[in-house]
Ligand binder design. Structure first.
Ligand code: PEP
Ligand code: MN
Length: 323
């Protein structure tokens, strides 16, 4: 961003006014009147506010490649049981990795609703690292998930993996999840957007923040009313914690871009004993909520058992973060 001054303006006074608004303003002296270059790490201040500073003649901004994301409000309301994401209360989304049966979904939804969890999560389509591992129950699991959530008075968040499933997933979900492995698939992002429901956009495991924002723009452009971002850990050089939970990116989205962002500590770290400290750190960094894998008998889970919390462990965690 470049700030040009009016003839006769006091550059020092303008510089102070810019700095007071949290802007890293570097004065560039040339042949003409001085101008200020606002460095990229600065606070986001509306152009109109800068134009009101005495001595400012013009503010030039490079066009954003994601204008719809930039215009999205920090707080969005999601679900048939309306829940505010980005507001004062952290939103909890929880459930098993995959939907294992109708009975199981009912059982776990009842327990989670009693803990104040407002979104029931669970995958119907589960393409795993190995094609021989459990692949999910497919479309019929969407019905089990929806029924369980309706009975418990909850919303549904579930993943859309293929364009041809958009209608079925759209009918079951209140929040349409795009998985980490799919974040770069523009046709899928567009199909998800066309459903017309809010999207939970997981960060690609090696995606830059700019690529993540670009993916959100695809969803909004295609018709999604809102995008909620979900940080789930990125690939790093060190496999000790499976992934690297990028809380810097969470703080950047929450505090600088003012966008709703939730954190999935379960897939970030892959082991249940570290979910609690990471969940607490995520909320401290500015996350609007948590996506946590929960199972009533993690040792019998059909997928991702080692990272699942029991409902009792989730209850203890929620008590801690709500107090
Ligand atoms: C999930 O949340 O079910 C999932 C598969 O996560 P990710 O896309 O982050 O790996
Ligand atoms: Mn999982």
């Amino acid at each position: 961003m470049l700030v040009t001054l009016t003839r006769g303006a006091d550059p020092a006074a303008v510089g102070r006014a810019l700095t007071a608004r949290g802007l890293w303003a570097q004065r560039l002296d040339g042949a003409d009147a001085p101008i200020f270059w606002i460095q990229p790490g600065s606070q986001r201040v509306a152009r109109g506010e800068l134009l009101e500073i005495p001595g400012v003649a013009a503010v030039a901004e490079a066009a954003s490649s994601h204008p719809r994301v930039d215009a999205q409000p920090a707080v969005v309301t999601v679900g048939r049981v309306p829940v505010e994401l980005g507001g004062a209360r952290p939103v909890v989304m929880a459930g098993p990795c995959s939907i294992e049966s109708a009975e199981h979904a009912h059982e776990i939804a009842g327990r989670l609703a009693a803990l104040g969890v407002t979104f029931l999560r669970g995958g119907a389509f589960k393409p795993r690292t190995s094609p021989y591992a459990f692949q999910g129950h497919g479309a019929r699991a969407l019905g089990w998930l929806r029924e369980a959530a309706d009975t418990a008075g909850m919303n549904v968040v579930t993943e859309l993996l293929a364009v041809e499933d958009a209608e079925a997933v759209g009918a079951a979900a209140d929040l349409v999840q795009i998985g980490s492995r799919s974040m770069h698939m523009a046709p899928l992002l567009a199909a998800a957007g066309r459903i017309g429901k809010p999207i939970l956009l997981k960060r690609g495991m090696s995606a830059t923040v700019e690529e993540w924002l670009g993916a959100a723009e695809y969803c909004l452009l295609a018709g999604a009313p809102a995008v909620v971002f979900c940080e789930r850990g990125v690939r790093s050089f060190d496999p000790a914690t499976r992934n690297l939970l990028d809380l810097g990116a969470v703080a950047l989205l929450a505090h600088a871009h003012r966008l709703p962002v939730v954190v999935d500590p379960s897939h970030a770290v892959g082991r249940r004993d570290l979910v609690r400290p990471l969940a607490r750190a995520a909320l401290a960094a500015g996350a609007a909520g948590l996506l946590i894998e929960v199972h009533d008998a993690p040792e019998r889970a059909l997928s991702d058992g080692p990272q699942a919390l029991s409902t009792r462990e989730l209850g203890a965690l929620l008590e801690e973060v709500r107090s």
